[in-house]
Design a protein around this ligand. Structure first.
Ligand code: FES
Length: 120
């Protein structure tokens, strides 16, 4: 299990313990359940409203959750948050290439993370 610390300059930091079953939940779903006000619109990986910056509490770990979804790749590329080279590298080494994620698409793994919002 893992802890998620939601951090924002506009709100007090909140750390949430991700319980069993949350591996299928997105960061946005966990935020909603925890009353963390991350902005969102489509909820379906198309608008980019839920853009967040994710880092691992253990600095040496670079996984930062489930790999980018196709929708994340498309939206983050359009927003200029990842490059084509980073996407190609992700396919080779299976590492998440960017700290930028879409909260409605990212699924937790067993790692403690910090989610910064709003991120733009
Ligand atoms: S809410 Fe639209 S991309 Fe996440």
């Amino acid at each position: 299990m893992a802890n998620i610390t939601f951090s924002s300059v506009l709100h007090k930091d909140k750390t949430v313990y991700a319980v069993a079953g949350s591996h299928k939940k997105t960061i946005l779903e966990i935020a909603k359940e925890s009353h963390v006000p991350i902005d969102f619109s489509c909820g379906d990986g198309q608008c980019g409203t839920c853009l967040v910056k994710v880092s691992s509490v253990k600095q040496r770990s670079k996984r930062m959750g489930h790999p980018l979804t196709e929708r994340e790749i498309a939206v983050l590329s359009e927003m200029g948050k990842i490059t084509k080279a980073q996407v190609e590298q992700m396919a080779i080494d299976d590492l998440v290439p960017s700290e930028w994620r879409l909260a409605c698409q990212m699924v937790m793994r067993d790692e403690d993370i910090i989610v910064e919002y709003p991120s733009r």
